[in-house]
Design a protein around this ligand. Structure first.
Ligand SMILES: C[S@@+](CC[C@H](N)C(=O)[O-])C[C@H]1O[C@@H](n2cnc3c(N)ncnc32)[C@H](O)[C@@H]1O
Length: 294
């Protein structure tokens, strides 16, 4: 992404999360009381101006994907805290995600990592909105393409001996394969019980023609925003890649499975379309992670 400007796609995603709070039926898939507030006056106006747009199928499908993947990440954290002693939540490429400011777990530290330009803009937006992140939040500026994530995390007080859930949402497609691998290698060193939730997109050639057109349209829009898609996997390629990096697939969910889990019976037209976007939960291969740590 651009070295100086904050991510524009982060703002688009935040607008979709906020639109979910305002326009979709209850119960919400992702109940985020700060999603509208963080946008500030300027973008709240934009949200009000576009009630028809959110009903369009393409827009509803993108919004559904955004809220479902966030919900899956937060559910994974909930289960990790309950069952695996998770004490850290690492949000990579956090954008305008608000979890750190609504963290309900007293014993969980939240580390938000983002590109320096995007993170600086977020701090301004939080301040303007009067949102004061609690002491459990830590903000770490990292460019995945250039910086050592591990060095920066450790300097910020992150403890890789503690089980950690990592959310890496809406970021992988924008990275080079090198940056993806370097980041995954860092996660593979975390303590047993750690998991990472991330979404990815299938390559164009794996999709039926109508979905190729949808992907082309989205690719053109993000490229115009200066953040082109660069990295695609089929589920098979991803599983192989993760294995080489010392991780294993816990769940690799397609739209149909995610719809059944989170969107069944909804009356607001919030539905996932197509097979391009998938969400993966990966865990450690214990022996491999031990070797890497030793
Ligand atoms: C589409 S936004 C998603 C934001 C957030 N995860 C969400 O779901 O709302 C992409 C995020 O990836 C971050 N990002 C992209 N390339 C990056 C890089 N090389 N280093 C650090 N962050 C990066 C951007 O700053 C932005 O916050």
């Amino acid at each position: 992404m651009h070295e100086v400007n904050p991510s524009r796609t982060a703002l688009r995603v935040a607008l979709r999360r906020a639109a979910h709070q305002v326009h979709d039926a209850r119960p919400l898939v992702l109940d985020d009381p700060l999603a509208v507030r963080i946008l500030g006056k300027q973008f709240q106006e934009e949200l009000k101006r576009t009630p028809d747009k959110v009903k369009r199928p393409f827009s509803a499908a993108l919004r559904a994907f955004v809220v479902v993947r966030a919900r899956l990440a937060e559910d994974t954290l909930f289960a990790g805290v309950r069952d695996a002693g998770v004490r850290q939540y690492l949000v990579l490429g956090a954008g305008l995600d608000t979890f750190a400011s609504r963290n309900p777990y007293a014993g969980v530290q939240v580390f938000e990592v983002d590109h320096p330009a995007t993170q600086a803009r977020k701090m301004e937006m939080l301040a303007c909105a009067g949102i004061v992140p609690p002491e459990s939040s830590h903000f770490v500026a990292v460019d995945f393409e250039q910086d050592s994530l591990r060095t920066k995390l450790l300097a910020a007080g992150f403890d890789e001996r503690l089980p950690t859930v990592t959310a890496w949402l809406g970021v992988v497609p924008y990275l080079t394969a090198e940056a993806f691998r370097a980041t995954m290698r860092v996660l593979a060193r975390f303590a047993p019980g750690s998991e990472v939730v991330f979404d990815y997109s299938q390559p164009r050639e794996a999709l039926p023609p109508v979905e190729q057109m949808m992907l082309d349209s989205l690719s053109a829009r993000v490229a115009l925003a200066g953040e082109p898609f660069q990295l695609f996997f089929t589920p098979e390629m991803l599983a192989e890649e993760l294995e080489e990096l010392g991780l294993r697939v816990v769940e690799d969910l397609d739209g149909e499975t995610l719809t059944a889990r989170y969107l069944a019976g909804r009356t607001d037209g919030l539905v996932l379309r197509g097979k391009a976007g998938r969400v993966c939960v990966a865990g450690l291969v214990e022996a491999a992670s031990q070797e890497v740590r030793d």
